[in-house]
Design a protein around this ligand. Structure first.
Ligand SMILES: Nc1ncnc2c1ncn2[C@@H]1O[C@H](COP(=O)(O)OP(=O)(O)OP(=O)(O)O)[C@@H](O)[C@H]1O
Ligand SMILES: [Mg+2]
Length: 201
């Protein structure tokens, strides 16, 4: 794994997913990542990312989960026009991704499908943030180059992870506060110490 000074992988042109319960440290890591890459932007659903390039979401609630839903239209417009369309963005993070990309059979928003294609062709790194793996479309998890896993106390979530990789659920169970596990696409994983809070927060 190619790593930066902090031991984080190089996310250039990569897809990643950040998972963990409320308050486990996801947004602190996301802030650190956003600050580390030029031309990055976050879809800031809960307004957690003051001081960074971010999009203020007008409609937080997704009701119908189809392309007519105003919240999905808003996301699609932003991703198509700014993230992909501007040609400027090199890293995009979707916070609260479970609201927009819940498990199948709900289809992924069309812009997210496009992003997965454009990510390969146009060199846009992008990450999805959610609390629980079972609340997120499995394609995002299966296609991710990297998973960043914080505390997940639920047995159901840990069983889900152990189904993907032997021993992963147990490793997540044993994580100290704010520590996280980085899973590579080749299924290797390692525990990472907390992001220095002043850098991330
Ligand atoms: N690496 C860290 N070192 C020290 N404290 C941390 C660290 N990461 C998070 N914290 C503490 O935990 C709080 C919550 O972290 P964060 O906002 O990243 O949680 P989250 O996982 O994004 O939660 P949510 O699901 O509610 O968005 C921070 O405000 C900070 O007080
Ligand atoms: Mg958060």
């Amino acid at each position: 794994m190619q790593t930066s000074i902090t031991g984080l992988p190089d996310l250039t042109n990569k897809r990643f997913v950040v998972l963990g319960i409320q308050g486990s440290g996801k947004s602190v890591l996301v802030k650190y990542i956003l600050k580390s890459y030029k031309h990055s932007i976050v879809y800031d659903v809960l307004r957690e990312h003051q001081g960074l390039d971010r999009y203020f979401v007008e409609r937080r609630q997704v009701v119908k989960h189809n392309e007519d839903d105003p919240a999905i239209i808003e996301l699609n417009n932003f991703v198509n026009q700014v993230v992909i369309g501007s040609g400027q963005i090199r890293l995009f993070v979707l916070e609260e991704a479970n609201r927009y990309c819940p498990p199948k059979p709900t289809p992924l928003p069309s812009s997210i499908l496009d992003l997965n294609d454009f990510n390969r062709h146009d060199k846009i790194a992008w990450g999805a943030v959610a609390r629980r793996p079972s609340q997120l479309n499995t394609d995002l998890i299966d296609l991710a180059h990297y998973l960043f896993l914080f505390e997940l106390p639920g047995k159901h979530d840990r069983d889900y992870l152990s189904d993907i990789i032997d021993g992963l659920g147990e490793a997540v169970r044993d994580l100290p506060p704010y520590h996280f596990i980085i899973v590579e696409h080749n299924r290797k994983f390692q525990t990472h110490k907390p992001i220095p809070f002043l850098l991330g927060g």
